[in-house]
Design a protein. Structure first.
Ligand code: ZN
Length: 146
């Protein structure tokens, strides 16, 4: 596993629309591993492809404890409730923004083994997943500033 370089705003990757993957290749699966490694190394709890200059719909997330999620083509298919919390981002190291998000979500995607994966999450993990999914269409926490 290797540590990837995290790009910071205003790198154009961060404002790009990412492509879906038809299938997860061995290289993509390795990239997901590297993303997890990089996320942990940077003290983060989530990381999206564009943050490491990869314009593919790939995210990794942690619940801040032991659960690690690697997901390709993630999509929110159900949501419930709202919650507001201050968020940071590894690509915007000096920003903290209060962001309203769904409290609970179900996110569908495929995992590193090309298997359909449905993640039920609430609270912090739900927030991280929504934050990372935003990255895949170039949306950043500063866009939530009121
Ligand atoms: Zn971020």
């Amino acid at each position: 596993m290797k540590n990837l370089k995290i790009v910071t705003f205003p790198d154009p990757s961060l404002r790009s629309n990412c492509s879906s993957l038809e299938r997860v290749s061995k290289e993509d699966a390795e990239l997901l591993e590297d993303m997890v490694y990089t996320m942990k190394n940077s003290g983060g709890i989530g990381l999206a492809g564009p943050q490491v200059g990869i314009l593919k719909k790939m995210i990794v997330a942690s619940d801040g404890k032991n659960r690690i999620i690697k997901l390709v083509n993630p999509q929110i298919i159900a949501q419930k409730g709202f919650t507001v919390m201050a968020e940071g981002c590894l690509s915007l190291p000096n920003e903290v923004v209060e962001v309203e998000r769904f409290y609970k979500v179900i996110v569908k995607g495929i995992n590193e083994n090309n298997k359909l994966s449905k993640i039920k999450a609430k609270g912090l993990l739900a927030r991280v997943l929504q934050h990372e999914i935003d990255h895949l269409s170039g949306k950043l926490i500063i866009d939530y500033r009121r």
